[in-house]
Write a protein that binds this ligand. Structure first.
Ligand SMILES: Nc1ncnc2c1ncn2[C@@H]1O[C@H](COP(=O)(O)OP(=O)(O)OP(=O)(O)O)[C@@H](O)[C@H]1O
Ligand SMILES: Nc1ncnc2c1ncn2[C@@H]1O[C@H](COP(=O)(O)OP(=O)(O)OP(=O)(O)O)[C@@H](O)[C@H]1O
Ligand SMILES: [Mg+2]
Ligand SMILES: [Mg+2]
Lengths: 258, 258
């Protein structure tokens, strides 16, 4: 019953970490048991939730030499939300794993025991902006992909690429059932024509896949990580918290229908 | 006399491509001969300057098998500005080069003949948001690094990491003389406390290294790439064009003093 969702888009700065953190926090606040795994060596989700990145506290060693994923699980301040933190050491995976033949399925195998233990309802993977091994491993380990899409030109350009990469992962046999579960429009600023145009273009091409919830660009959402807080702690009554709560509800509703 | 400048920051979406494109365009408009090299498989600088990414038209084959860099040079619409475009194929370098021992200096060796030909005054490298081989190769090939820094928390967090990576490249002997030439504050929105705080923190720590020019967040800067235009073509009299022209002047002035 546990589902693994990768928050992925190789384009940088589109709101992957902000979405991974705040979707996880809002799901946890609604009683869902969530494990957030930070697969980005930048460790933004780790520090954004006020956890100090530490060498040895990441999936680096379990992925490249020894150890189990569940040994890296730590609680956060929020009930129902646990995290596997990241550290810069994770960047070593790009070289260390490249030399192994089965690098694509290493993460999937590492997370399999968690699935059987069913301690969590959802595992959310925050991924780095890249086309490298950490990103493709996450796509191979996930049941479904949620793609944050910035309402700007370069954001739209990147969408065709991530769709193509997911198809490759599916057809290569590394993860034949992986689906693009949803596309989430982020940093929406209604003042710009481009934003409105991108939203209508994407809705026309991807119809049901696009989340109805649109995340607005707000100053507080940009600020929250500097206090080590999720948006529902930093500005519980603001537009950012409302949007991410609505996203969590829509996320759960889509599963009930499925 | 030709100088190679890498526009680098492993944090995603901080304005690397926007800076690489618009700094190049403004330098070219002032009569400086510039070659922009797109080292990001996303090929945003390529499409942002209205060039269609094509397989075989990138540094992929020269880096991993055969061919010379100068065979990939194409003109752009702007006088004095040429480009070596990118294509998704470049992502293959992460795996193909990982298996070679001298992967760090391949790009440097490939660009050496350009330096001797002295056809260009500056080579500007746009780099991907990653800690992988394309990024580290660019740092090993460059004479100097210009770091765009978004005036937000995760932007500031990333700064210590890129500074550390550049030090590693220097001490490893791959590029003993590489310097961080400058830090450029981007997407500055004076309405937020955080932006003002980040600017003053960075100015205190890095003093002279920080460019006096600050790039504001403007709707037109976000829009320009969707028309395949640099900012000086899209909105020549706007705040974005003024800021990047000021950056180009400061960039040249810093060299005269050095
Ligand atoms: N809706 C929003 N409104 C305002 N600022 C936002 C919003 N979403 C994200 N941000 C800010 O924009 C920047 C980029 O967001 P974030 O780091 O989440 O993107 P990312 O895709 O995870 O980046 P990377 O590609 O580096 O992993 C951050 O500084 C973040 O605080
Ligand atoms: N000063 C600015 N004002 C408004 N929008 C901007 C500005 N600079 C960049 N942008 C927009 O922000 C987004 C991110 O910028 P850009 O793509 O240049 O960053 P990047 O660091 O190259 O990203 P990546 O890490 O994916 O390579 C783009 O959609 C761009 O158009
Ligand atoms: Mg992130
Ligand atoms: Mg870029």
């Amino acid at each position: 019953r546990m589902r693994t969702v990768a928050i992925s888009n190789q384009k940088g700065g589109v709101g992957k970490t902000t979405t991974a953190m705040n979707l996880s926090a809002c799901l946890a606040a609604q009683g869902t048991r969530v494990l957030l795994i930070d697969l980005d060596p930048q460790a933004n989700a780790t520090s954004g939730l006020d956890i100090e990145p530490q060498p040895g506290l990441s999936l680096y060693s379990p992925l490249t030499s020894h150890g189990r994923a569940d040994q890296m699980i730590r609680p956060t301040r929020l009930p129902n939300l646990s995290i596997i933190p990241s550290h810069m050491e994770l960047a070593g995976c790009e070289i260390d794993l490249a030399r192994e033949n089965n690098h694509l399925t290493k993460l999937r195998d590492l997370l399999a025991p968690l699935k059987n233990a069913a301690t969590f309802d959802y595992v959310i993977l925050d991924t780095p902006p890249s086309l490298g091994i950490l990103m493709t491993s996450a796509l191979a380990a996930a049941d479904e992909i949620l793609i944050p899409l910035q309402c700007e030109y370069f954001g739209l350009e990147g969408l065709a690429k991530i769709v193509h990469i997911v198809e490759q992962i599916r057809s290569s046999g590394a993860n034949p059932n992986v689906q693009i579960e949803g596309i989430l429009m982020t940093m929406y600023d209604p003042r710009t024509n481009l934003a409105r145009q991108v939203v209508s273009d994407v809705a026309r091409h991807f119809e049901e896949t696009v989340y109805k919830t649109i995340i607005p660009r707000t100053i507080r959402l940009g600020e929250a990580p500097s206090f080590g807080l999720s948006i529902i702690e930093h500005e519980p009554k603001g537009r950012g918290a409302d949007a991410y709560r609505a996203l969590a509800s829509e996320f759960l509703q889509r599963r009930q229908k499925a």
